[in-house]
Design a protein around this ligand. Sequence first.
Ligand code: ATP
Ligand code: MG
Length: 285
Amino acid sequence: MSKLKIAIQKSGRLSEKSLELLKECGIKLSNGDRKLKTEAKNFPIEVLFLRDDDIPQYVEQGVADIGILGENEVWEKQKDVLTVEKLGFANCKLSLAIPRDEKYTGLTYFNNKKIATSYPKILQKFFDEKNIKVEIEEIGGSVEIATGIGLADAIFDIVSTGSTLVMNGLKEAEVIFKSEAVLISNKNLNDEKQQILDKLLFRIKAVRNSAENKYILLNAPNSSIAQISAILPGMKSPTVLPLAEEGWSSIHSVVKEDQFWDIIDQLQALGAQGILVIPIEKMVL
Ligand code: ATP
Ligand code: MG
């Protein structure tokens, strides 16, 4: 039986999270640590450890069947691959930044300006579409120092907290793209490999759903069951069990983690008590 070859970043911001995702999918690697490649003991998959820049090319050529990397690299490399799933980690922005003391007047500010970046293709395409002419200076790294040393008027780079910009006397002028880690795939997987990928995707979705959702239990007076059920629809509908105490029930359901703080006041106003919120290990819809 053939194995699905997955490329992940060898060392860097994506490595740990990529390995963690495989682990949460129940995939045990033979000896996970940083060889060129390793096999899973309990799933037909082989892991290749590569530089993230090389992953799109290897996946296009079929050296790897699938890969995990930032969307920013997928867009920049412009290889013929499919993006099959967003993974929800390594979130970052690609932004234009200018010296702090400059007055920013909108995108036309960049007319005829020199912009340093490691993402020349994405940037060129962006300004072409806006019909704005810029000069792009491609550099490999440490883009944030480019204005300070007189190499460029502005930069286009990954920004997460913005503290690197501040340290280099820059300010964010414009967020151009938002990126996160994604799973990409070769376009011509054979049936066997496609089936393994589908199985993996099924597990990834279960892991991601569980991360976003919490199990919620609470006690409520029977008179509030209908209203609480409307707030907590759950996967189908909430489970309602009678309590030993007359007139009260226990309601069990699922909530989105980011909605919990918005609905807690409503639940309390409806008389809910003893509210418990519990992590979910896996969730299959
Ligand atoms: P490699 O040696 O594999 O080429 P790299 O130096 O290009 O590594 P990293 O810095 O490890 O890459 O970043 C990998 C990816 O993580 C980036 O392409 C981007 O998608 C994401 N990323 C980068 N910086 C940040 C950040 N500050 N916050 C969140 N995500 C980030
Ligand atoms: Mg890289």
